[in-house]
Write a protein that binds this ligand. Structure first.
Ligand code: F0G
Length: 351
């Protein structure tokens, strides 16, 4: 055990992951994230609501579940460098695990479209950070080409080990809560919803589809390729993490929604920001705007009658709010500037 005292997910789920004793475990204590009941937010939505706090992973997003696997396997294969395209979280995670393994890391990001915290993470961990004048989809096309022609390992979710690591979130939900009626999660490339479906199928090996939750894939209106069933050439949304127009896992993601008897829903930027604030105000949970898309999607599905009153719903909050302090400051309560006197504070605090 590389990390005594820390149940990293490779050790916790070793029997369900493609690792052997020859695989070096590159771990930072990922997985085993809190699953928190959200009664006040749930009452507002009319469901039995639970929040899976993936922002509690080491670099603040669910990407760490996949990255511990991808980097461990890269180290096993004696790779010297890894590369990824990213809307921010993948780059932060890749930079962290590459640093821990002593590998060189190159990240390619859409310039000006990444939350500050994510960029800062990649920078301080020593990745080579390349900002392009283009979208995430452009960045992914370029890194795929480079990984085909150079000795560098691609750690985007096209890397099969990424999804293997990410499926463990589904194991944790079943172990703690059993099988909920719905699991809602934000969808960009469609990797995570694919991984969740795989995880639920492996966790619940016997029985029929009713033993598995229905999956609700939630997208932003401006980048809703799965909902529209076609590419979005110029994706745009306040939820920059899922500002993706050409989902590379679209086929598997569509199958996950269909086989689980769930579906996809698109929500506006206004709805995303509204629920981003409600999650924080009603539950004290601070996620990034993209993650709030899952709760906004549940609200939509409730209004449409797809999700029925009283059903048990898990919303996966994929990334931590501190990733994107700018969005919170812009939306949160005003800061009141006062003289340094007891009287001034008293007047404001007690009316
Ligand atoms: N939520 C967050 C916070 C994300 O960062 C992402 C994807 C998703 C949801 C969507 O997951 O792509 O598997 O459907 N972020 C990637 C990145 C694209 O580069 O960090 P998906």
């Amino acid at each position: 055990m590389t990390h005594p005292g820390t149940a990293c997910l490779i050790d916790r789920y070793r029997h369900r992951l493609p690792v052997t004793t020859a695989t070096p475990v590159i771990a930072l204590g990922e997985g085993s994230t809190p699953l928190v009941q959200a009664p006040r937010l749930g009452a507002e939505l009319g469901v039995d609501l639970w929040l899976k706090l993936e922002g509690a992973n080491p670099t603040g997003s669910f990407k760490d579940r996949g990255m511990t696997m991808a980097i461990s396997k890269a180290a096993e294969d004696r790779a010297e460098a890894v590369i990824c395209a990213s809307t921010g979280n993948t780059s932060a995670s890749a930079a962290a695990y590459a640093a821990h393994a002593g590998l060189r890391c190159v990240v390619v990001i859409p310039g000006g479209k990444i939350a500050l915290g994510k960029l800062a993470q990649a920078q301080i961990m020593g990745a080579v950070v390349c900002a392009i004048d283009g979208s995430f989809d452009d960045a992914l096309r370029i890194v795929r080409e480079l990984a085909e022609t150079h000795p560098i390992t691609l750690v985007n979710n096209l890397n099969p080990y990424r999804l293997e690591g990410q499926k463990t979130a589904a194991f944790e939900i079943v172990e703690e809560l059993g099988v909920p009626d719905w699991v809602a999660l934000p969808v960009g490339n469609g990797g995570n919803i694919t991984a969740f479906w795989r995880g639920f199928n492996e966790a619940v090996t016997a029985g029929d589809a009713s033993d598995r939750p229905r999956l609700l894939g939630c997208q932003a209106d401006g980048s809703a390729a799965m909902v529209r069933g076609e590419d979005v050439l110029e994706p745009e949304t306040v939820a920059t993490a899922i500002r993706i127009g050409r989902p590379v896992r679209r086929v598997e993601a569509a199958a996950a929604a269909r086989e689980s008897e769930g579906g996809f829903v698109a929500v506006s930027d206004d709805e995303i920001l509204r629920w981003y604030e409600r999650i924080a105000r009603l539950e004290g949970v601070f996620c990034e705007p993209s993650s709030a898309t899952s709760v906004a999607g549940v609200a939509r599905a409730r209004a449409a009658g797809t999700i029925v009153e009283g059903e048990r719903v898990v919303c996966v909050l994929t990334g931590h709010g501190l990733k994107d302090p700018g969005s919170a400051s812009a939306l949160g309560a005003e800061v009141i500037t006062l003289p340094a006197t007891r009287h001034a504070i008293e007047q404001i605090a007690f009316g």
